[in-house]
Design a protein around this ligand. Structure first.
Ligand code: TMP
Ligand code: ASP
Length: 245
């Protein structure tokens, strides 16, 4: 029997299908892009494949450094096999440099290097527009225990150090990024979702002066154009780096 796999969930940028092993899922990366909670929508042919391969290589790198993740392997050009997890409804954003919503909501100037990484938690809830949370609100809503929130924060700081170095090797500055975590069937907390230019801000370090050239989804958010070219450039740099290391 070769029936079509069951669609378990469809998000803005990915579809999740059932796997024959009930502890696993297949995650397909879509070409769709949204910004500002879907106020802006577009399709970029090839984005799904690019994010799938970029994210796979980054997850493999993190796994080499003992970061627990849902990633099990590439299935085809635009899908991966992953552990089935129950996602914690928190968007964990780590910022090294002030940009985006942090600058819109405060008086911090865009581009300010933060003295230490800032971790912001948002509620993963589109109908509420993913509001910024406080730690007290996280506990009030019973989203996660103190111990597990501490574990997630420490993992996020460790992932930041690994990613900062990884991207520095390919001449990219890691400005900020968003992570999601979940529980496996055994109750272990692992990194889920994806790590790609859709959910990281990456600035090109191959620029003269301090000109900011974004090689990430800001190209779409801010109508800069050239999104596929930027993502392809990142993929090319990662491939070159892997080949020579
Ligand atoms: P922000 O400056 O808009 O809060 O975004 C911070 C980082 O989080 C940036 O790298 C983009 C990423 N991000 C997502 O991946 N998904 C989202 O829904 C939002 C708002 C941000
Ligand atoms: N992913 C979010 C959305 O659609 C926002 C963003 O990445 O800026 O709407």
């Amino acid at each position: 029997m070769n029936s079509k796999p069951e669609l378990i969930y469809e998000g803005k940028a990915k579809k999740i299908f059932a796997h024959e092993d009930s502890d696993k899922v297949v995650i397909e990366f879509k070409d769709d892009a949204t910004a500002f909670n879907s106020l802006k929508k577009a399709k970029f042919e090839g984005k799904g494949e690019l994010n799938c391969v970029i994210s796979s290589k980054i997850f493999q790198h993190l796994i080499e450094y003992n970061i627990p993740t849902h990633y099990l392997g590439l299935k085809n050009k635009n899908s991966i096999i992953a552990k089935k997890i129950s996602i914690i409804p928190l968007e964990v954003v780590l910022r090294n440099i002030a940009y985006g919503s942090l600058c819109k909501q405060t008086s911090i100037k865009p581009g300010t290097v933060l003295e230490k990484p800032l971790i912001d938690f948002y509620l993963k809830n589109d109908s509420l527009n993913d509001p910024l949370l406080t730690k007290d609100r996280i506990y009030l809503l019973n989203l996660i225990s103190y111990e597990d929130l501490t574990l997630i924060s420490n993992l996020t700081l460790k992932i930041n150090e690994l990613l900062k170095n990884f991207f520095l090797n390919i001449k990219l500055k890691l400005v900020d990024f968003k992570l999601e975590f979940g529980y496996t069937s055994e109750g272990q907390i692992v990194l889920g979702d994806e790590i790609s230019p859709d959910n990281c801000r990456l600035w090109d370090l191959n620029q003269k002066n301090d000109t900011i050239v974004s090689l990430d989804k800001d190209r779409f958010r801010n109508d800069l154009g050239g999104l596929i070219e930027a993502y392809s450039e990142i993929n090319k740099r990662i491939n070159n780096f892997i080949r020579f290391n």
